[in-house]
Design a binder for this molecule. Sequence first.
Ligand SMILES: C[S@@+](CC[C@H](N)C(=O)[O-])C[C@H]1O[C@@H](n2cnc3c(N)ncnc32)[C@H](O)[C@@H]1O
Length: 224
Amino acid sequence: MEEAAAAAVSSESGEGKREIWIKHYSSSHRILLVGEGDFSFSACLAKAFGSANNMIATSYEKLLEKHSTARIHLDELKRLGCTLLHGINVKYIHEDSFLKVKRFDRIIFNFPHAGHYLGFGENNEELILMHKKLVCNFFSRARRLLSENGEIHFTHRDDHPYDNWEIRGSAKQRGLLLKEMVKFHKEDYPGYENKRGGDIRSNETFSLGDECFTSKFYLNKTWI
Ligand SMILES: C[S@@+](CC[C@H](N)C(=O)[O-])C[C@H]1O[C@@H](n2cnc3c(N)ncnc32)[C@H](O)[C@@H]1O
C-alpha cells in the first residue's frame, strides 16, 4: 500500500458518507494549497484521500525550472483530479477570477518564505520585513476565501529568528484568531519534502528545527 494511504484514517460522517482523514485534513474538506514547492505535500494528501477532486493546489514560482522533483507529483495530482494552478501570488488570490467565487474549509500555506538573496541571512531586517509583508498579504487575502467555519493552516518554524515575523499578531490584526498551534512532524505526511524555493538551491530541503508548528486560524466574526 502507498505510504500516504497507510497514514490515512477512514471514518463515516453523520450522513453515512465515507470520509478519509490524514492529520488535520479530510477528503470532505474543500482545500486550497498556496505556495507549493514541488507539490509533494499536495500529492501526499491526494494519495491519502484516493482522489483530489476536493483540492486546488497552486504554486507561485517557475515550477519545473526550480523543482526538478515536481513532475512526478504533478502527474499524480492530475491523475487524481486535482485542480492545478501556477503563477498564483497570495497577494491577489481574492481577485483571481477562478478562486474568488470559491470558499474553502482549509487554506494551507506551508513554510512561507519571501526568497533567498545573496548576503541576506535570516536575521536581515530587510528580509524579515519582506517575510512579514508576505504573511500579512496572505492572511488578509486568504480570509476572504474561507468558508464560514473554515481554517487557515500556516506551517512555520517558531524559533529565532522566525519568531520575528509576528505571525499571531499579524493574523489577529487581519481578523483571524488562533485556534491552536500543533507541533508539525514531517513524517506525518509521507512523501512530503519541504523545499527552500526562491532563487538559490530552490529544490533543496531545509532543516525544520525543533520548534515547528501548524498554526490554525479561524475568522473572528466580530471583526470589522
Ligand atoms: C520555503 S518555500 C516552501 C515551499 C513549499 N510550501 C514547501 O513546504 O515545500 C516558500 C514558498 O513560498 C512561496 N511564495 C513566496 N512568495 C509568495 C507569494 N507572494 N505568493 C505565493 N507563494 C509565495 C515560494 O514560491 C516558495 O515556494
